[in-house]
Design a protein around this ligand. Sequence first.
Ligand code: NAP
Length: 192
Amino acid sequence: MILVFGKTGQVARELARACPEAVFLGRAEADLCDPAGCAAHIRALRPSAVINAAAYTAVDRAEAEEDLAQVVNGAAPGAMARACAELDVPFLHVSTDYVFDGSGVRPWAPGDAVHPVNAYGRSKLAGERAIAQAGGRWAVLRTSWVFSAHGANFVKTMLRLSESRDALSVVADQIGGPTPARGIAQALVQMA
Ligand SMILES: NC(=O)c1ccc[n+]([C@@H]2O[C@H](COP(=O)([O-])OP(=O)(O)OC[C@H]3O[C@@H](n4cnc5c(N)ncnc54)[C@H](OP(=O)(O)O)[C@@H]3O)[C@@H](O)[C@H]2O)c1
């Protein structure tokens, strides 16, 4: 049985399509503000793999809530990874290009030096490091610009604005890889 943390997010909803037989824990069942509680679910359910699709994703708000972001994005995945390592259960986690600083002109490679420049990026990097320190079997997928039919994302914003405007002004100095949540979910299930 695959255990998924997250139920309502873009990636979690696509995981539910890709793997309906998985067990999904939403905020009501497993609040990532309680890392020990999340780990306890893993020990109680003893799944064959764990996927963490939940995260504090409010990039701008994280500047004012860095402590909360650190717990949800750092301590909680760390506690999940330690419980998985104890049970020898593979742990799969989703991270972000915000662990990098945005400099340079070529696509990031996994081994590039990390250097987050905002609170969200620092919190996600804390999660990556806590997972690596847990040992066990784990993988972190860094993605960017996630879009899907659900939730708020760049593609849906552009589609909505295109219905009411003839021209759009959009920042021209950001380069990213728009990534379908469905593709991330399929990759996670295959890896699990
Ligand atoms: N969206 C992007 O463009 C993007 C880019 C790069 C990386 N990522 C990463 O990809 C992963 C999935 O992102 P997404 O776009 O699917 O995110 P999303 O749509 O914003 O969903 C986030 C999910 O996390 C849950 N969550 C937040 N705080 C929680 C808490 N304290 N306890 C339990 N659940 C909590 C939310 O639940 P509620 O509905 O209850 O709030 C929601 O289900 C995340 O790790 C994110 O950092 C996303």
